[in-house]
Write a protein that binds this ligand. Structure first.
Ligand code: UDP
Length: 237
């Protein structure tokens, strides 16, 4: 079986863990995602994960209601840690060795982020979950995903969404919308496409790191991307 990517960084939004509840963590949903991750680990693919926190707390939303932005962002980063621990639990229940590293020190529950150590874990076949984003307010977990992907020399970022790629218009609202199988980073930036935020996209552009935007709600899709199937939208130079 052909493997296209041997080391990947998978970016999940916090909402991906919430299922239909739209808030918090749905045990069935997280178990399902963990089993798909297990599937690719068993193919010999090295998997790093960045999980957002939007299912629990978003800094920008809280600051728009009056909270200090930096404090709100730190709360958002803590939300990503909760999601990361939940994912670690779900993976380890299925026998997948997992390490959580945090950009904000919390040594009782996560290793500090140490790049070389993360790479070592990956080489040993452990899933590494990077939590607390970049550790800095005013950033997003998309940017954290790009940064960590670069640092660990991942070959690709897999950005999980609820639609099977990027469309010319919102496919839920416009029946004429067509899927774009490939895009350049510049097109994403110039058209303001909501693929990844601009900081994350320009970081990928500067370092030539491809991103695949794909539908996580279809079972088996993580494996398909890893095997080089043309699903979703690929963004490259
Ligand atoms: N956050 C931050 N710095 C980072 C990453 C995240 O301040 O490097 C905060 C920010 O407040 C953000 C929240 O953490 O709203 C949750 O992350 P994000 O919104 O990216 O999660 P997602 O939308 O992917 O669920």
């Amino acid at each position: 079986m052909a493997i296209e990517y041997r080391r990947i960084l998978l970016k999940l939004s916090g909402e991906a863990l919430a299922g239909d509840q739209g808030y918090g963590i749905d045990p069935q949903v997280i178990t399902g995602i963990a089993s798909e991750i297990k599937e690719v680990v068993e193919l010999g693919v090295q998997v790093a994960l960045v999980i957002g926190g939007g299912n629990i707390f978003r800094g920008l939303a809280a600051s728009s209601k009056g909270m200090d932005r930096a404090s709100a962002d730190y709360m958002g980063m803590l939300a990503t840690c909760m999601n990361s621990l939940a994912m670690q639990d779900a993976l380890e229940k299925q026998g997948v060795d997992t390490r959580v590293q945090s950009a904000i020190e919390m040594q009782q529950i996560a290793e500090p982020y140490i790049r070389r150590r993360a790479v070592r874990h990956l080489e040993k076949g452990r899933v590494v979950i990077f939590s607390a984003g970049t550790g800095n307010p005013y950033f997003t977990t998309d940017t954290a995903a790009s940064l960590r992907a670069m640092e660990i020399n991942a070959e690709v970022i897999l950005k999980a969404t609820k639609v099977d790629g990027v469309y010319t218009a919102d496919p839920m609202k416009d029946s004429d919308a067509v899927k774009l199988p490939t895009l350049t980073y510049l097109e994403v930036l110039q058209k303001g496409l909501q693929v990844m935020d601009a900081t994350a996209t320009s970081l990928c552009m500067d370092n030539n790191l491809p991103m695949v935007i794909f539908d996580l709600t279809q079972r088996g899709n993580i494996r398909k991307v890893v095997q080089g199937d043309q699903i979703g939208t690929i963004v490259k130079g």
